[in-house]
Design a protein around this ligand. Structure first.
Ligand code: OFO
Length: 176
C-alpha cells in the first residue's frame, strides 16, 4: 500500500511535533536538575524518551506504507522556566495540543479513506488519553501540596513516586 502525499506530509509534521515535545521535556528536565529537583528530572527525562519513541513509531509506519519520513529540524526549546509549577502546566498544555493534532490527522485519514493510517493512529489516541490523565494527576497533586515553605521538596517527592509507578507499569507491560 502506498500512502497519499497529503497524509505523508501531515505525518511528517507530527514527527516534528513529537520531536519538539521530546526536546522540550528534555530541556525542562535539565532545568529541574539545575534546581535540585531530581524526581522531576527523572519524570521529565522519561517523558522525553517516550516522545522520541512516539516520533520513531511514525518513522517506522511511513517506511511500512512506502512513505518517506523526514528527520525534522527541531526548533530550540526554552531553557529557563519560571517555576516547577509552570513547567508542568506547560507540559499539560502541550499534551492537549498534541491530542488536537492527532485528532486532525484522523480527520484527514478519514477524508483520504486511509484505513491503515486510521488504525495506526488509534494507538496515539489511547496514549494521549493516558498522558493527559497523568498530567492532570500531576497538576492535582501540585495544587494539593500548595506553596508552603517545603512545597518544592514535596512536589519532587511526588514526581519521583509517579515516575517510579510509570516505570513499574511499563516493566509490567502496561502503558505509562
Ligand atoms: Fe507524543 O505527545 Fe505526549 O504523549
Amino acid at each position: 500500500m502506498m500512502i497519499s502525499k497529503k497524509m505523508e506530509e501531515a505525518l511528517n509534521q507530527q514527527i516534528e511535533f513529537e520531536g519538539y515535545a521530546s526536546f522540550l521535556y528534555l530541556s525542562m528536565a535539565t532545568w529541574c536538575d539545575s534546581q535540585g529537583l531530581k524526581g522531576c528530572y527523572d519524570f521529565l527525562k522519561r517523558q522525553s524518551d517516550e516522545e522520541r519513541m512516539h516520533m520513531l513509531k511514525i518513522f517506522e509506519y511511513l517506511a511500512d506504507v512506502d512513505g518517506f519520513a523526514l528527520t525534522p529540524g527541531i526548533k530550540e526549546p526554552p531553557r529557563q522556566f519560571e517555576s516547577v509549577q509552570a513547567v508542568f502546566k506547560d507540559v499539560y498544555a502541550h499534551e492537549q495540543k498534541v491530542t488536537q493534532s492527532i485528532n486532525k490527522l484522523i480527520t484527514l485519514a478519514n477524508k483520504e479513506n486511509d484505513y491503515a493510517t486510521q488504525t495506526f493512529l488509534q494507538w496515539y489516541v489511547n496514549e494521549q488519553r493516558e498522558e493527559e490523565a497523568l498530567m492532570r494527576t500531576v497538576l492535582d497533586r501540585i495544587r494539593l501540596i500548595g506553596d508552603g515553605p517545603q512545597s518544592l521538596y514535596f512536589i519532587d517527592k511526588e514526581m519521583d513516586a509517579l515516575n517510579k509507578a510509570a516505570v513499574a507499569s511499563e516493566a509490567a507491560g502496561g502503558e505509562a
